[in-house]
Design a protein around this ligand. Structure first.
Ligand code: PGA
Length: 251
């Protein structure tokens, strides 16, 4: 059975105190509740070590939003996968469309990040998705296929089995315009088919594929009810317990 996951991507929001407060609130709100998915919080780097202390019972997992494409050394301002692992973070979002668009992250760079994340026993949440013009030209499948092939397909089947994918149509991120449930299912099924062709049915069936892009309390249940949608990567709605918890509870 593949894992169901709801991950909050805080992006560049919340100072240290605000982040700690949100984490504690979330922990308190979830206490005693049975949730049917893995819950992950991905704050900015500076929060990670503190989050691991707040969530020390590991009912909520901690993830980063990025890591360096080099193992260590003279790369001012970068944070390595090994450093992330030392904070007890377990996940790392890689290839988010904002990093691809604003920070020049190519599939070739991402391939290095994925390798370093895996070497350091972090689970990459690898993001893929088309921009609006590509969707309008009906090119979404080829775009997503290329991102997966170039970013991930040099991994062994064993290593690929450690990857979580997040399909995030760029036109749906932060826009309030969600992909329809049918669009999400169609793409997720297509992705699973590509994985099956490359790595076989078992790996394809065991890979969690999350949906991201304006996922909220109102649409999560329907999106997650699709057979190939295994959870969500949540941006805006992860910044408040009131809007995040109902998404976690949609499973
Ligand atoms: P959003 O962001 O939920 O605010 O649309 C999702 C994401 O970028 O991961």
């Amino acid at each position: 059975m593949r894992k169901k996951i709801v991950a909050g991507n805080w992006k560049m929001n919340k100072n240290l105190r605000e982040g700690a407060n949100l984490a504690k609130e979330l922990k308190a709100a979830m206490a005693g509740k049975t949730v049917n998915c893995e819950v992950v919080v991905c704050p900015p780097f500076i929060h990670l070590a503190l989050m691991s202390i707040i969530f020390e019972d590991k009912t909520i997992k901690v993830g980063a939003q990025n890591c360096a494409d080099k193992p260590s050394g003279a790369y001012t301002g970068e944070v390595s996968a090994a450093m992330l692992a030392s904070t007890e973070a377990q996940y790392v979002i890689l290839g988010h469309s904002e990093r691809r668009a604003y920070y020049g992250e190519t599939n070739a760079i991402l391939k290095e990040k994925v390798k370093l994340a895996l070497e350091n026993k972090l689970t990459p949440i690898f993001c893929i998705g088309e921009v609006l013009e590509e969707r309008e030209a009906d090119r979404q499948n080829e775009v997503v296929k290329t991102q997966i092939e170039e970013g991930l397909f040099d991994l062994s089947a064993d290593d690929f089995g450690k990857i979580v994918l997040a399909y995030e149509p760029v036109w749906a991120i932060g826009t309030g315009k969600t992909a329809t449930s049918e669009q999400a299912q169609e793409m997720h099924a297509y992705i699973r088919q590509i994985l099956a062709e490359k790595y076989g049915e078992t790996v394809a069936n065991e890979t969690s594929i999350l949906y991201g892009g304006s996922c909220n309390a109102g649409n999560a249940k329907e999106l997650f009810s699709n057979p190939d949608v295994d959870g969500g990567l949540i941006g805006g709605a992860s910044l408040k317990v009131d809007t995040f918890l109902p998404i976690v509870e949609a499973f």
